[in-house]
Design a protein around this ligand. Sequence first.
Ligand code: 5GP
Ligand code: ZN
Length: 113
Amino acid sequence: MDCLFCRIVSGEVPATKVFENERLIAFNDINPAAPLHLLVVPREHVATLNALESRHDALVGEMTRVAAMLAEERGYAERGYRAVLNCNSDAGQTVFHIHLHVLAGRRLGWPPG
Ligand code: 5GP
Ligand code: ZN
């Protein structure tokens, strides 16, 4: 399958990994939009949020908890951070393997552009 994040999961494409376990990896975004910009990615290929099934509930929960853990480890728990899942074109999804963005280190505008 021609999927960039599957290639990062397999190690075929390098990334600066900051966390991994049996189900997830997290790595630095190549084009950071904030001083901290991590992507938390399941090893399983799920193209968009639209493809989630009930069997993924624990996986998505773990993605969120790992995002919070990584932000906390880096000192952003108190001042805050944002965790974002983009789905399809109106949200600007460009890589069709779900990933949770973790953004921190600057004031983030709301509503998003
Ligand atoms: P999306 O727009 O799909 O929500 O987010 C995709 C993210 O993947 C973008 O923030 C983009 O900078 C990041 N990205 C794209 N290609 C690569 C890559 O080869 N390596 C890494 N580490 N991040 C990538
Ligand atoms: Zn994939």
